[in-house]
Design a protein around this ligand. Structure first.
Ligand code: ADP
Ligand code: NI
Length: 226
C-alpha cells in the first residue's frame, strides 16, 4: 500500500486498487498515483480542498474505455458515476461525493468539458501532466500497442513522421500523430501556474522527441532510396 497522508485516501485505495487495470500500462495504478501526487501539490494554488483533490485523483479512471472506441469520450462520466459508492464507503459525505463526482466528470480531454470548480481544474491539470513528458510518451506508445490487434497501427508514418505534409492526422494508425493531434496542445490548457511551468518543460521534451524521430526517419528513407 502506498503511503497516504489522509486516512480516507487509504480506505479508498484499499477498496479500489484491485479494480484498476493491470493489462493497460497507460492506465495502471502508477498513473493513478502520479495524478494523485500532482493533485495534492496543485490544489492549494487553485484554492481546492487538498483531501478532495486526492480522492478525485484516486477515482478518476475507474472505468477505462478503449481509446479507439466511439464511447471513449464518455469514460470520465462513467468513472464519475462508478466512484459514488466507493467514496461513500471510504467515509465521504454527500456534499463531498458530489464535489468529487463533478470534478471527475469534466476530466477527459476527448470529452472537452471545461471544469466547473477549482477541484475540476486541479484534476484536469494533474491528469494532463501525466499525458506529456517522458511518461506521457511511454503512455502514448503503450496505448498505440493496444490498438494493434484491432486495426493497423505503427509508431509513425515513415513518409511524414510529424504529419506536416498536410495529410489528415490519424492517431490510431500512427502513434506519433497523437502528439500534434492532442499532446502538444495540452500545455496551453493548464489552469495552475505550477502545472503550466511543469508542462512547459515536458512539452519541450516532446518537441525534442519529434525532432529526433524526424531525423531518424529521414536517414532511413534516404538510405533506402540509395
Ligand atoms: P481522455 O482524457 O480523452 O479520456 P486520456 O487523456 O485518458 O484520454 O488518454 C490517456 C492516455 O492515452 C494518454 O497518455 C494518451 O496519450 C493516450 N492516448 C489516447 N489516445 C491515443 C491515441 N489515439 N494514440 C496513442 N495514445 C493515445
Ligand atoms: Ni487519467
Amino acid at each position: 500500500m502506498p503511503r497516504f497522508a489522509f486516512p480516507r485516501h487509504r480506505a479508498l485505495w484499499a477498496d479500489i486498487a484491485a479494480l484498476l487495470p493491470t493489462t493497460d500500462l497507460a492506465h495502471d495504478a502508477d498513473h493513478i498515483l502520479r495524478v494523485y501526487a500532482w493533485a495534492l501539490r496543485l490544489a492549494p494554488e487553485l484554492g481546492a480542498d487538498v483531501e478532495l483533490a486526492g480522492a478525485a485523483a484516486l477515482v478518476h479512471d475507474l472505468v477505462n474505455i478503449p481509446k479507439d472506441s466511439p464511447d471513449r469520450p464518455l469514460g470520465s462520466e462513467a468513472s464519475a458515476e462508478a466512484s459514488r459508492g466507493h467514496l461513500a464507503t471510504a467515509g465521504y459525505d454527500a456534499a463531498e461525493v458530489a464535489a468529487v463526482v463533478e470534478a471527475v466528470r469534466t476530466c477527459s480531454w476527448s470529452r472537452g468539458l471545461p471544469p466547473t470548480t477549482p477541484l475540476g481544474a486541479v484534476l484536469q491539470d494533474a491528469d494532463r501532466l501525466d499525458a506529456i513528458g517522458a511518461v506521457g510518451l511511454a503512455r502514448n506508445l503503450a496505448c498505440a500497442q493496444t490498438f494493434a490487434p484491432r486495426s493497423p497501427t505503427r509508431f509513425y508514418d515513415p513518409a511524414d513522421p510529424l504529419g506536416t505534409s498536410g495529410r489528415t492526422l490519424d492517431d490510431v494508425r500512427n502513434a506519433a500523430d497523437h502528439l500534434p493531434r492532442k499532446l502538444l496542445k495540452l500545455a496551453a490548457t493548464m489552469h495552475s501556474e505550477a502545472a503550466r511551468a511543469e508542462a512547459r518543460q515536458r512539452h519541450a521534451f516532446l518537441q525534442a522527441y519529434l525532432g529526433q524521430l524526424q531525423r531518424e526517419a529521414a536517414a532511413a528513407a534516404e538510405w533506402a532510396a540509395e
